[in-house]
Every structure is written in structure tokens, then in C-alpha cells.
Write a protein that binds this ligand. Sequence first.
Ligand SMILES: [Zn+2]
Length: 110
Amino acid sequence: MTKCPLCEKGALKKGKIEEEMFGVNLGKYDGEICDKCGESFLDQDAMLKIEAKAKELGVWGLAKNMKVVKSGNSLSVRIPAKIAHFLDIEEGENVLLYPEGKKKIVVEVT
Ligand SMILES: [Zn+2]
């Protein structure tokens, strides 16, 4: 029996783990799930399969570090082409912008 490295109480059991990235379902993969805390662990092979699937679905590498720039009296953050394409938004479209706590900005495509 393998002990859970996270909670150190539960035992890891083999199971299928459902993966998603940016809200896109990537399918189920073999891994181990803790019977106490529920944390799941994937092996290297599953990680590679997930990466391949994410690339196939166009969600791999969507998160990007961007710089805040000055634009008149406002600040501006560019939306990378890849994200614009994923969200299917174009120039001139209206989006809803709001903070979600002190560390996150949500740009909602309406
Ligand atoms: Zn655990």
C-alpha cells in the first residue's frame, strides 16, 4: 500500500482521473487517488497523454504572462491571439471586466 504524500494518512488506490484545462474536458486518465483526502496523482505517462490531448484541443499553453501598459489614463493588458482565438472574440467586441478578489481580473465574454 502506498501512503498519500499529501495528507500522509490515506492510501492510494488506482483509479480513473478526469482532467480538464481551462474548462475543456480532456478525458479520463489512469492514476492513483487517496482514499482519505481525495487528492489524485498521475504518472508520467498520463501527463504526456494529457499534454498531447491539450495540444490537440488547442488549450495547451493558453496561460501567458503579460505586461500591464499605460493607455491614456487607463491601464491595458493585451489579449494574446491564441486566447482571443480560443474565446472566439474579435476587435470591437464588448466584454465585461471585473475584479474577483484582490488578485484576479475576470474578462467575461458576453
Ligand atoms: Zn491523502
